[in-house]
Design a protein around this ligand. Structure first.
Ligand code: GLU
Length: 509
């Protein structure tokens, strides 16, 4: 494998929206390819037409464009190994199925669905499970039990058939997984999987192996759910006499409590997205939320996903895509499943939010500001953002954290009023208004010095004054340093808000 070009592929089936586990698989493929100077291919595996879902392929493309995973070869990009959609490669697979039959590694099976069903039922009665395997095939309706001539006749006659892999009897298959190391399995526990159907379509197993070979894939990185297929895949490579790629099976993404695989339904049940972007089921019209629509930055989403199963071997947690490429190695992917952690996902978003520059955040927040009927210069908005961004997880949180810079309180938080608007608050605020009206330079530091001196001289108590004051300016007990707020809204507005508040809250009896 050493002098092979490094070529990886992500091979989704368009059967619905891509789950975040699938995005993580694509990400690790991308990181491995980039790190090793290789190529990444996007191949759509749509041989199972019955499971095709409208819009799923577009969703896949849009998702990768959003989160910054780039492919070197794909339907959109083209490349020297196309077509990149299996339904368009349909004509290729039959020859390979024929080759396996010729070499004695596969056979025709004519068993009808009814025959197989009654077999299954008969076994169930005897408390056994029917498996189409090396033992059972000896008495079933297949080409191993009839002459070549009869087989040819039946096919010519148009009898429906499938091509099955002839699993060797009682042999040990030795596999090497880049994450798990050596894995062994005895073929006696494996069945004779269907590779090809008489409708001319290959199954996943045949199409996947043939395409990986034809596309010169050097490494297959995929989810753990495909590990049970690995012995068959390895045996198929051997049957064809082809060089095998390196295999790596990624551990599962687990529910937050660690109890089982993170499923599509968990998101709705537990209140977080399991899809990168919102998805509306074309049949039921049901909508599932997505990270993008929930306000996550793609960089934060990718950073979070990368660390769900891989670690850099040190304490670092924040990685740009370039830094991930630099640090990634498949050896550092863990063997056991990783628990999804919503708080951690939010933490990542917060980290990216505070790192963004204020102008960029202002651009992102501006539509919300406008929707709220406020007109404000970008610089003013960016300035307010700089004062509150430490308190926000998402861009939309910023509005709640800073709307009072641009609008007067519409109401006063009832709990805060009950707790902080005291018997002497009305008089204190009236007096404070007089002090503020006489300040010449209305800069934060200056106002703070004057107000504090007034409080100290009169022994009014810092809490009593500042809480009541905040209530009048903000309408609640939230927000950054109060003197920063009033210096931004200005002297006139500050005095007017005090007036409005005194009027609304009145003197407490
Ligand atoms: N089409 C398969 C899937 O949907 C690909 C599995 C593989 O990577 O071999 O995940």
């Amino acid at each position: 494998m050493s002098n092979r070009n490094i070529r990886l592929r992500f091979a989704p089936s368009p059967t619905g929206p891509l789950h975040i586990g699938g995005v993580r698989t694509a990400l690790y493929n991308y990181l491995f390819a980039r790190k090793n100077g290789g190529k990444l291919i996007l191949r759509i595996e749509d041989t199972d037409q019955a499971r095709f879902v409208e819009g799923a392929e577009n969703y896949i493309n849009e998702d990768f464009a959003w989160c910054g995973i780039e492919f070197d070869e794909s339907i959109e990009k083209g490349g020297g190994f196309g077509p990149y959609k299996q339904s368009e490669r349909k004509h290729l697979y039959k020859d390979f199925a024929d080759k396996l039959i010729e070499s004695g590694n596969a056979y025709y099976a004519f068993d009808t669905a009814d025959e197989l069903n009654s077999m299954r039922l008969a076994y169930e009665v005897g408390k056994k499970t029917f498996v189409y395997n090396a033992v059972e095939r000896k008495h079933l309706n297949n080409s191993l039990n009839i002459s070549e001539k009869e087989t040819a006749g039946r096919i010519k006659n148009g009898d429906a058939f499938v091509v099955r892999f002839k699993m060797p009897e009682n042999e040990v298959v030795v596999m090497n997984d880049l994450i798990r190391g050596r894995v062994e399995v005895n073929t006696s526990v494996l069945d004779d999987k269907i590779l090809f159907k008489s409708d001319g379509m290959p199954t996943y197993h045949l199409a996947n192996i043939v395409d990986d070979h034809l596309m010169q894939i050097s490494h297959v990185i995929r989810g753990e759910e495909w590990l049970p297929s690995l012995p068959l895949h390895v045996l198929l490579y051997d049957a064809f006499g082809w060089e095998k790629p390196g295999f790596a099976h990624l551990p599962l993404l687990l529910k937050p409590d660690g109890n089982g695989k993170l499923s599509k339904r968990d998101g709705d049940r537990l209140g977080f997205p399991v899809f990168p972007m919102q998805w509306t089921d074309p049949k039921t019209g049901e909508t599932s939320r997505g990270y993008r629509e929930d306000g996550y930055f793609p960089e934060a989403f990718i950073n979070m996903l990368a660390l769900l199963g891989w670690n850099p071997g040190d304490e670092r947690e924040l990685f740009s895509m370039d830094a991930l490429i630099e640090a990634f190695s498949i050896e550092r992917v863990g063997k056991s499943g990783s628990k999804f952690d919503l708080e951690k996902a939010k933490w990542f978003n917060h980290q990216y939010l505070i790192k963004k520059n204020n102008d960029e955040l202002a651009d992102l927040l501006m539509p919300t500001v406008i929707k709220n009927g406020i007109l404000v210069e970008k610089e003013q908005l960016a300035d307010a953002i700089s004062l509150v961004k430490e308190r926000a997880t998402f861009v939309n949180d910023l509005w709640d954290q800073l709307d009072f810079f641009f609008k007067r309180p519409q109401q006063y938080d009832a709990k805060a009023v009950k707790k902080r608007w005291k018997a002497n608050s009305f008089d204190l605020m009236t007096e404070l208004k007089g002090i503020l009206a006489n300040i010449a330079g209305f800069e934060a530091q200056n106002i703070e010095a004057v107000v504090k001196q007034w409080i100290e001289e009169n022994e009014y108590g810092m809490g009593a004054v500042m809480n009541a004051f905040r209530l009048l300016i903000v309408g609640a007990l939230k927000g950054p340093h109060l003197f920063d707020i009033i210096s931004r809204i200005g002297q006139e507005e500050t005095l007017e808000r005090i007036d409005q508040g005194l009027h609304e809250l009145g003197r407490k009896e």
